[in-house]
Design a protein around this ligand. Structure first.
Ligand code: FAD
Length: 450
């Protein structure tokens, strides 16, 4: 039998579902406004992805000027800018400081807690939330609404229905499902009429096409499978065995999309067994993903020696090498070896490797084609979700008054660099404040929609 928890007996004036940074921030706003908040999460503990983010150094936000910061949200800038004006990088740093967490600006302009970790910040935050009276209900998976508008949960002690006039959903995207955000909310919100953009990987890796993806083999597979096979992917076995997991350091990636968008930046990325990943690839990932979706593949170029002019590279390649092998010549004259040489071997045939002009050109712009984004579950973040067009300025669902949405489940995307957490927090603040006003009006017996 369903256990019904009435808002009066539990004082569930407001419910937050999802205990990631967006949900915790919404709960904080509600609790600060004097609303009794119950926070539900499917996992045994809150903030699991936030803690994972802290493993490589928690990049809380970015110190660049506001205009540049807001542009990172691309086409969603117009929706997010007002929220970031209220709660942006400076407010986030001040908020962390209030929790006793000092932050610093790294050389790249990224902002980190001084110990780089997420755990002390989360501990202090949860302490504050408990002190404000937020009640946590873990291992409660939200399953949708019942016929009376109650929130249905699956809990360790069986089904639970919670009646609440004010709800904030902060259910995350759909990457790293084992940490809680699995995107299972999509059909639940679709059913209630919320406009949704398909969930897609963002800040993700890519697969290169297999070197031996011969047409005959594909035709044969299509014949026996009755459908076209997924294109085989991956480097040659030799390259994968020698270089998977190794970084391309001090390189630059350039990409010109057929939709007119262009990218050119220095940094580093990593070769995987089947393709590429890492910070520089994540930075161009939205463009590559969109190009693959539209045209089936995307080709970017890698400048293996961005500090060398093309003329210098050509001169060094042409320099007489006597009896030296090509590899030791390039290592001696240009410092090219390891994975950089491996990529040249992988991408150029023997003839082009031995043609100084073609080789010099490739060193400055070796093309790498990618044919598939890695699966959403592996991505750092998720694009798509609840469309802003279906929300009011307080992020309340027009299709479901009293239900607010925040965080990565909204339809926006941004590169890494602290922009993800900042927008999660900013939307948590906005939704939490809107929810607090709504709950206040309900409690006062006035029309919350007025
Ligand atoms: C490896 C990695 C590193 C990252 N590093 C950074 C970084 O340094 N800087 C940065 O800005 N961003 C970083 N991010 C991204 C950032 O962590 C996320 O954008 C952020 O956590 C999203 O917050 P959220 O509150 O929207 O969702 P989440 O943090 O995903 O939280 C959603 C919560 O909802 C719960 N939930 C989901 N469905 C249900 C349900 N049906 N019922 C009940 N509960 C449910 C989940 O259990 C989860 O606790 C990183 C991400 C990854 C994967």
């Amino acid at each position: 039998m369903n256990q019904t928890i009435s808002p009066s007996s539990l004082q569930a004036e407001a419910v937050v579902v999802g205990g990631g940074p967006a949900g915790l921030m919404a709960a904080e706003q509600l609790a600060r406004a004097g609303v009794a908040v119950h926070l539900f999460d499917a996992m045994p503990t809150v903030g699991r992805k936030f803690l994972l983010a802290g493993k490589g150094g928690l990049n809380l936000t970015h110190s660049e000027p506001f205009g540049a910061f807001a542009e990172r949200y691309g086409p969603r800038q117009r929706w997010l800018q007002p929220l970031l004006q209220d709660f942006g990088a400076a407010e986030l740093r001040a908020w962390a400081l209030e929790l006793g967490i000092e932050t610093f600006v790294g050389t790249s302009g990224r902002v980190f807690p001084s110990d780089m970790k997420a755990a002390p910040l989360l501990r202090a935050w949860l302490q504050r939330l408990r002190a404000l009276g937020v009640r946590f209900h873990m291992r409660h998976r939200w399953l949708g609404w019942d016929g009376q508008g109650g929130l249905r949960f699956q809990s360790p002690s069986g089904p639970v229905v919670v009646a609440a006039s004010t709800v904030v959903l902060a259910l995350g995207g759909a990457s790293w499902a084992r940490l809680g955000s699995d995107g299972a909310w999509v059909p639940l919100l679709a059913e209630c009429g919320a406009p949704l953009a398909p969930l897609r990987p963002a800040n993700c890796g890519f697969d290169v096409p297999a070197a031996d993806a011969g047409e005959t083999r594909r035709e044969f597979l299509q014949e026996i499978m009755g459908r076209p096979p997924a294109p085989p992917v991956g480097w040659t076995r030799h390259f994968a065995e020698r270089f998977a997991g190794q970084p391309f350091k001090s390189v630059a990636i350039a990409f010109n999309g057929r939709d007119g968008r262009a990218f050119c930046r220095r940094g580093e990325f990593v070769a995987t067994a089947t393709g590429v990943e890492g910070s520089l690839v994540y930075a161009v990932s939205a463009l590559l993903r969109d190009e693959i979706e539209a045209h089936g593949s995307a080709t970017f170029t890698v400048d293996l020696l961005p500090d060398h002019s093309p003329e210098r590279v050509l001169a060094e390649v042409r320099h007489p090498r006597g009896s030296r092998s090509l590899s030791s010549h390039l290592k001696g004259r240009l410092g090219l070896d390891g994975i950089k040489m491996g990529l040249l071997h992988e991408q150029l045939g023997k003839d082009r490797l031995n043609d100084p002009q073609a080789l010099a050109q490739a060193i400055k712009a070796v093309p790498v084609t990618v044919v598939a984004a890695r699966p959403l579950d592996e991505a750092i973040s998720t694009a798509g979700g609840v469309a802003f067009e279906g929300l009011d300025t307080h992020l309340m669902l027009q299709a479901r008054p009293g239900v607010f949405c925040a965080g990565e489940m909204l339809d926006w995307e941004a590169p890494t660099g602290g922009y993800l957490l900042t927008a999660c927090m900013a939307t948590g603040v906005r939704a939490g404040q809107g929810a607090a006003r709504w709950a206040g009006a309900v409690m006062a017996g006035s029309d919350p929609a007025a």
